[in-house]
Design a protein around this ligand. Structure first.
Ligand code: INI
Length: 173
């Protein structure tokens, strides 16, 4: 029978960094609210949440990288909003910010979660920031909680059935 490993969503004791793009702040501030709401509801102490504001999505990955290297947080959440305009700028910013966050995530010892909304229109972005389609900030925070727990279990390398059951991390199927 296989052991199924999953991170739980308990945020107690976790230290979380949020890197937030200021560009399109009418959207990104809603994403921040969603992320904070999720973290607080799952037990993260507000004193253990650090928000790093940066000019735009382009700057998110480099700051996430610095934070990853500083090793002071259990998870890093990247939030931004890239909205298509009339220029090709959108394509560059959207693609490079995504690639940048992916590259940081691959080399980081803690989860680096992508919560940058890319949208064709302002309405689409609003939908993803707390209107019709949920809140991507909330979703990204959920992912951060789950992965922080999973990374913790993997690092502990702990095959102890009872302990894993206590944390709700593994079950045999
Ligand atoms: N930054 C964003 O976060 N979203 C955008 O939609 C955007 N557009 O379209 O230009 C944007 N540009 C700024 C960019 O992220 C940098 O801050 C800027 O180029 C300075 O490096």
């Amino acid at each position: 029978m296989a052991w199924i490993h999953e991170g739980d969503l308990n945020g107690e004791g976790l230290r979380v960094a949020i890197v937030l793009g200021r560009f399109n702040s009418f959207i990104t501030e809603r994403l921040l609210e969603g992320a904070m709401d999720c973290l607080e509801r799952h037990g993260v102490d507000t004193d253990d949440i650090d928000v790093f504001r940066v000019p735009g999505a382009w700057e998110i990955a480099p700051v996430a990288r610095k934070l990853s290297l500083a090793d002071e947080h259990d998870a890093i959440i990247c939030l931004g909003a890239v909205i298509r305009g009339d220029t090709p700028h959108f394509e560059y910013v959207a693609a490079e910010s995504a690639k940048g966050v992916a590259a940081v995530a691959m080399s980081s010892d803690v989860p680096v979660v992508y919560g940058i909304v890319t949208a064709d229109t302002v309405d689409q972005a609003i939908d993803r920031a707390g209107a019709k389609s949920g809140n991507r900030g909330f979703d990204a925070a959920m992912t951060a909680l789950e992965l922080a727990a999973l990374y913790g279990y993997i690092e502990e390398g702990d095959g102890d059935e009872e302990e894993e059951e206590d944390g709700g991390a593994a079950e045999q199927k």
